[in-house]
Design a protein around this ligand. Sequence first.
Ligand code: ADP
Ligand code: ADP
Length: 224
Amino acid sequence: MELEIRDVSKTYANGVHALKDINLTISKGMFGLLGPNGAGKSSIMRTIATLQTPDSGKIYFDGQDIFATPAEFRRQLGYLPQDFGVYANASATDMLDYFARLKGIHNAKERKNRINELLELVNLTEHCHKAVDTYSGGMRQRFGIAQVLLTNPKVIIVDEPTAGLDPAERNRFYSILHQLTDSAIVILSTHIVGDVTNLCDDMGILNQGTLLSRGKPDELVASI
Ligand code: ADP
Ligand code: ADP
């Protein structure tokens, strides 16, 4: 399982060079993208999620150009944007059921089993009948991960998932993420150095649209 980002650049209509010739190969496990606000983390993640196209460069998943057949790639992708679930005025169970139908899980029993299993995984079983917009930030992010996992994605992208969470909620969220790394590429963005050192197998440092360095968290962080 491998995601290859080759010579990817992006300039927005306002002239901001958000991504400058990014080259990066990411394998199974947890990859941390560390960088300050405005570094380009969301830009690279939206690009991998095929929500925007690069001006130049390519991205391959297991050798396949993701922009050649984006619908096919999206079936293998889970993307959790920032501030997820703030406006969801329905229960977690109903929301998950809705998305499971959308994603083509047509068998009601199969849907129910999968949803119950995911609610257990993210520790929301006892809150599953409450409206998601009444959840705390941490609960919303855990709900978001459950939604992302409905279709067993092979590439999971989470954009600053712990912004605004307290340390206990953050650890809880990360321990759930960690359970996914056996079977997926998990890409996490953060501006918190400790998050990548504690959690990630591999990392990159992004600043002003440029990948400054990549490697093992222990080695890289020592050099900052
Ligand atoms: P990060 O996620 O690291 O905070 P972003 O990828 O959001 O970084 O932003 C990188 C730069 O691109 C910033 O200067 C930001 O203002 C700009 N930017 C991001 N999205 C857009 C957009 N849709 N249109 C114009 N500029 C954008
Ligand atoms: P963050 O910097 O916190 O990661 P995002 O880059 O995800 O935030 O920005 C949130 C939304 O605002 C996105 O849809 C993005 O395209 C848009 N956006 C961000 N910066 C700009 C900008 N400078 N000009 C126009 N749109 C922007």
